[in-house]
Ligand binder design. Structure first.
Ligand SMILES: Nc1ncnc2c1ncn2[C@@H]1O[C@H](COP(=O)(O)OP(=O)(O)OP(=O)(O)O)[C@@H](O)[C@H]1O
Length: 238
């Protein structure tokens, strides 16, 4: 399977705290990778470093797309934010949806930022919300939606610009176990099911179990990898 992201030997300090100490991570196109580990082990810092939200102190984040390779960690702020809008989608536990906008407006926003005409952006937003089973909530404001519905809006929004990889940080953290399973199924269907990669930070073993691979962090390092490699799985079934 084609390698999409290669993070090599990432280090990140916050003052005296060493959040990452030489972390490697490889993500292939179309695979799902869960990152687990105790609180403070560096999961979010790793996700943010790979996604160009945070800049590592040392190491490389190579992104292979559109026939070229860029080091995300070495890009200018402007190029990094451009990449975040085009190549990456984000689903976080909370805080990314704009409460004063409707569900459809939230999903359309990334497309409007990329210059898509309003009518086309709204059409695509409606289509994505339909796919995620909440087409009837398109005109509802975020505050009128349940936690599970809000996460579906966030998942729809993360797909809008057709990114190669979606990063999710505790996407089911605030949900009960039934809703969590439904939201995770929706997240997988709309990412891996559409050929995108998914990198998900989670404390929920049920969420991790649905991914191709689970990586375990402790104290700023990768300590273990479990699960069936996507490539091996593809090999077995071919
Ligand atoms: N902006 C920051 N400023 C200072 N310290 C930080 C910052 N971000 C993270 N840290 C520290 O870096 C370490 C790793 O944090 P990180 O959020 O990556 O852990 P985590 O594994 O995602 O934890 P959790 O499961 O609790 O979300 C922690 O000790 C944390 O306190």
């Amino acid at each position: 399977m084609q390698t999409l992201i290669e993070a090599r030997s990432l280090f990140k300090d916050f003052g005296p705290t060493r959040a990452l100490r030489g972390v490697d991570l490889t993500v292939s196109a179309g695979e799902s990778v869960a990152i687990m580990g105790p609180s403070g082990s560096g999961k979010t810092t790793l996700l943010h470093s790979v996604a160009g939200i945070e800049t590592p102190d040392a190491g490389q984040v190579l992104l292979h797309r559109l026939g070229t390779t860029v080091d995300v960690a070495a890009l200018s702020d402007r190029r990094r934010s451009e990449l975040r809008r085009t190549a990456f989608g984000f689903v976080f536990q909370q805080g990314l949806l704009l409460p004063e906008l409707t569900a459809a407006e939230n999903v359309a926003l990334p497309l409007l930022l990329l210059g898509t005409a309003r009518a086309d952006a709204e059409f695509e937003a409606a289509r994505l919300l339909d796919l995620l089973g909440i087409g009837d909530k398109a005109q509802s404001r975020i505050g009128e939606l349940s936690g599970g519905q809000q996460q579906r809006v966030a998942i729809a929004r993360a797909q809008a610009a057709q990114p190669e990889v979606v990063f999710a940080d505790e996407p089911t953290g605030a949900l009960d176990s039934v809703t969590s399973a439904e939201v995770m199924a929706a997240l997988l269907a709309s990412t891996v099911g559409s050929g995108r990669a998914l990198v998900v930070v989670t404390h929920d073993a049920g969420v991790a179990a649905r991914c191709d691979r689970t990586l375990h962090m402790a104290d700023g390092m990768m300590v273990e990898s479990t699960g069936v490699e996507a490539a091996a799985r593809a090999g077995e079934t071919s």
